[in-house]
Design a protein around this ligand. Sequence first.
Ligand SMILES: N[C@@H](CCC(=O)N[C@@H](CS)C(=O)NCC(=O)O)C(=O)O
Length: 297
Amino acid sequence: MTDVPSRKADTGRPYHTEATGDALITVKNHQKDEDITLFGGCFCPFVQRVWVAFEVLGIPYKYYEVDPYKKPKELLEVSPKGLVPGLRLNRYTPPRSLNESTVILEYLEDLAATTTKRSILPLITNPYARGLLRLQADHVNRYLVPAFYRYLQAQTEEKQIEGGTEFHDSLEGLVALLERAEREILEPGGASGEGELQALRKGLGLWVPGEQDLGWADIMAGPWLFRAKVVLTHYRGFQLPQGERVKAWLDRLFEHPAFKATCSTEQLYLDSYERYAFNRPNTSMVAKAINEGRALP
Ligand SMILES: N[C@@H](CCC(=O)N[C@@H](CS)C(=O)NCC(=O)O)C(=O)O
């Protein structure tokens, strides 16, 4: 699973600045002015998690592609460090804004509660179930996401093996948390009755038979899992876990209409992540933080 492939050469490909494939269709369908403008970057996984949430929750938005490395003034107005994603909230005069993908996800979940009436988290009447899902998200942000970059940026064979093990372990850790939520909620005593049980099944662990909904952790982690499949496989010879239930979970995640609608073609990611795979200087603020052993921006 963590074989070190023969070294490929850095071909100097630049990152993309326009979505391709299904994501491009979605971009084109979201060019009309709306109350919310999503400032996005086509290759960015932090953007994709927010974008998937917009689609799942059915909240209207205008998608606006920016190059976060060029940090245009309008991006800095909505996101102080010039990072995507950012939201411009056009209902306010002057417009207000929000940044940070995890904060934006919570905002969209709260907004949907009174507008589209859709939700990604379990009902507020079951705080424990919500806590279990937030535990998964916390794991994703603290372990899985940094492990992805450490692995991809590792240049020596030793560091790549170490990075592969770390990423694999973080994935196993997430699976264990998904299984824990599934066990504790679906087994007798987990829900107050049949009605609540049916509601809680949604998005709990994607392999719950018959369930197709994305869960909170799927949205938090999905973009990196997809990039692991495409980018880590190509540049590091990584293989996603092949266990039947994990595979079923990942297949359903990658095939989910809201997820697919935000995915560009694989080539876009291979091109855009070459910079990381060869740890080119000045790649990004994330890459710099990883190289310096600091927390991600
Ligand atoms: N903590 C931020 C991270 C966002 C982030 O790092 N976005 C990258 C693109 S994937 C970016 O805007 N990079 C610009 C730069 O490095 O200058 C979040 O969760 O929204």
